[in-house]
Design a protein around this ligand. Structure first.
Ligand code: CP3
Length: 353
């Protein structure tokens, strides 16, 4: 079978129209999701393959997205390593056993990782049984080691740069050792996701945005590189790297074996297209807040972005970050329909505005 639209664009090809999916496309803004969510704690949902498959499919059926992303979380790795993940209402993720000492890090056991994450691999197989006949690709994912670690060290009360950096400055070798363990776990995890049948991988290094260039080079880049080099994949399984500051740090990413760079809403996308070699596809970056705007504003913003990418090869339409719970479902549908109706001109090449 021919590769799906999303995979073709991710591999850098020029597509007759731009594929679209949205980060956090399955979630609280959908009534159907809320109907399931009110019966289960979030972690239980992630750990129940039948629910994962159902929720993953919801935005495909409701809006016709061109790719599905597995309903899971970047924090299932530290959970599987024994840190104890909980989501507290209105507070976000919290670990009951955050990392504080080297003895704790030394005790982390990668041998039981697969057994404890078996529910993810089962979920992938179950989801793919439903997606394959539709030729809709399934995106597997993991967090970048720094972003994952930033939830695990110190208080365990979620992402807080002060806590993370105080931990790092006071015990740099601990931070590096922990990042290394997370990177090793991530490699094992993503390789198993690929074996279980995901069509693509996205790495979320969201919180690179809080780092200076110095600290990005010290704490994020080497571990991203390690993970990417450790992934064993056929050449038609592309890797996307999303981060909230990719438009600043992209020159540092050029020697990574990634196929797609995901941009947030601060980027100037046509400029990025011009600056980045065509071997990389690009993804992004409608400001998710426009999904709260009146239809006319939303429509003109989507048009502006589409026009600015007219003629481009290797472009995937997405948001600059995730869909928020307040977003009206019909606005998501409108954006998908508008993007699907836009013909990418196969004759012209991108003109930079
Ligand atoms: O995009 C998708 O539809 C796939 C599923 C997905 C989730 N989390 C489900 C989820 C993905 C790709 C993630 C990644 C993730 N998780 C990131 C990186 C991407 C980003 O948003 O920057 C981060 C930092 C996390 C950690 C996390 N998970 C936080 C901070 C929170 C709480 C904030 C919030 O939105 O409530 C979560 C919970 C979470 N993960 C939800 C979902 C759908 C909320 C669901 C709910 O409460 O019902």
């Amino acid at each position: 079978m021919e590769h799906s639209l999303y995979i073709r664009a991710a591999l850098g090809q020029k597509t007759e129209r731009f594929p679209i999916w949205m980060m956090r496309q399955a979630g609280r803004y959908m009534r159907e999701y809320q109907n399931i969510r009110k019966h289960y704690p979030l972690v239980e949902m992630f750990k129940t393959p039948e629910i994962v498959a159902k929720v993953t499919l919801q935005p495909i059926t409701a809006f016709g997205m061109d790719a599905a992303i597995l309903f899971s979380d970047i924090l299932v790795i530290p959970d599987a390593l024994g840190l104890g993940l909980n989501f507290i209402e209105n507070q976000g993720p919290v670990f009951s056993r955050p990392i504080e000492t080297m003895a704790q890090i030394d005790a982390l056991d990668l041998n039981c990782l697969h057994e404890r994450l078996e529910y993810v691999y089962t979920s992938i197989r179950l989801t793919q049984a439903q997606l394959k006949p539709l030729n809709i690709p399934l995106i597997g994912f993991a967090g970048g080691p720094f972003t994952v670690a930033s939830y695990c060290v110190g208080s365990g009360k979620g992402h807080d740069l002060n806590t993370v950096l105080k931990f790092y400055f006071s015990q740099p070798h601990l931070m590096h050792r922990f990042l290394d363990v997370i990177a090793d776990a991530t490699i094992l995890y993503l390789n198993r996701q690929i074996m279980a049948g995901v069509d693509a991988i996205q790495l979320f290094e969201s919180w690179m945005s809080v780092l200076s260039r110095e600290l990005f080079i010290e704490l994020a880049l080497p571990y991203l590189k390690k993970v990417i080099e450790g992934i064993q994949r056929p050449s038609h399984v592309p890797i996307t790297l999303f981060g909230l500051a990719n438009s600043v740090f992209y020159p540092l990413l050029m020697d990574l074996d990634i196929q797609v760079i995901g941009f947030d809403s601060k980027a100037h996308l046509p400029e990025m297209r011009k600056a980045i070699p065509y071997q990389f596809a690009i993804q992004g970056h409608l400001d998710p807040y426009f999904l709260l705007a009146p239809h006319s504003i939303l429509k003109s913003q989507v048009s502006k972005l589409l026009d600015s990418m007219q003629g481009s090869s290797g472009y995937i339409f997405n948001l600059g970050h995730g869909v928020m719970p307040e977003v009206p479902e019909e606005n998501v549908l409108r954006v998908v329909e508008q993007v699907k109706a836009f013909q990418n001109d196969l004759e012209t090449s991108l003109c930079v505005l």
